[in-house]
Design a protein around this ligand. Structure first.
Ligand SMILES: [Zn+2]
Length: 281
């Protein structure tokens, strides 16, 4: 859509669809016999200068209307995007909390292992005094030594798990604090966007009223041509001529076309983009 750029009003690409959604009266069928020419020749009875002035004004209103309609569509989408992001962050927090639960289970398991080993050491130590030979005695002591060594490893493991739990809990506390702030921000944003939507709706109502009043003054045939062009041309139907080029598509216009526009005897269309041309005075 490079052609709607530059000194003409900027028109988002979704204008055409927004335009089509508008409940506008059926445009009368256009005379297609002279299609291919850039000149319409049934305008003798109307003051074309006046009509074009009104079309320029109508285009100004339509451009504002399309912009606000797009804004109105974008607002609930923005709210949803922010809500989705918050939901994702909440899910992430839940994942962190589940991770700590898993670590706690592991800690309990290891503490159970440690307790079992300590019990077995106590049992071995009781048996130690019932042994009869030195050989049996030192074998038992070796056995006790092995279990104690195992216990040291388990204790190290428990300390590691406890450190991990501490670190994760700190992350969770930070995340909870951050999410609380985010929740307030989200609620403020929603309020702001709701108010914006109300404002835009009100402005739209006002603009649509103005548009209706103005469109009522435009000659029916002229209006029908305007409506047809605006639907096919992304919401931009009337474009001025500047530096001898159409400001809709930026193509240089032949001097004869510029002359015809100046004469204001007919509606003159750009040969390239089919938009209605006018010259600012
Ligand atoms: Zn053009």
């Amino acid at each position: 859509m490079h052609e709607v750029r530059g000194s003409t009003p900027l028109v988002p690409t979704s204008f055409a669809s927004a335009r089509l959604q508008r409940n506008c009266p059926e445009s009368p069928a256009l005379d297609r016999s002279d299609e291919g020419h850039n000149k319409e020749s049934t305008m003798e009875t109307v003051n074309l200068g006046e009509q074009i002035k009104m079309l320029v004004e109508l285009q100004g209103l339509d451009t504002q209307i399309f912009k606000l309609e797009d804004e109105l569509v974008a607002i609930p989408e923005e709210i949803k995007k922010e809500e989705d992001r918050f939901k994702e962050e909440t899910a992430h927090l839940k994942k962190l909390e589940d991770g700590v639960k898993t670590l706690q289970v592991r800690r309990k398991e290891r503490e159970g292992d440690l307790k079992a080993k300590e019990d077995s050491i106590k049992k071995l130590q009781t048996q130690l005094y019932q042994l009869k030979t030195n050989k049996e005695y030192s074998a038992m002591q070796e056995e006790i030594g092995r279990v104690k060594a195992d216990n040291s490893l388990i204790e190290e493991d428990i300390i590691k798990v406890l450190d991990e739990i501490d670190a994760e809990n700190k992350k969770i506390a930070d995340e909870k604090c951050r999410l609380k702030t985010e929740e307030v921000k989200l609620s403020d944003n929603k309020k702001r966007l709701d108010e914006q939507a109300k404002r835009v709706t009100k402005d739209l109502e006002e603009l649509r009223k103005q548009r209706e009043a103005l469109a009522g003054k435009v000659d029916k045939t002229v209006l029908a041509k305007y409506e047809k062009v605006i639907q096919g041309k992304d919401g931009l139907a009337v474009v001025r001529i500047a530096q001898e080029s159409c400001q809709g598509c930026f193509r240089i216009l032949p001097p004869q076309v510029i002359n015809e526009v100046r004469q204001k005897k007919d509606l003159i269309f750009c040969e390239n983009c089919s938009r209605i041309l006018y010259i600012e005075e």
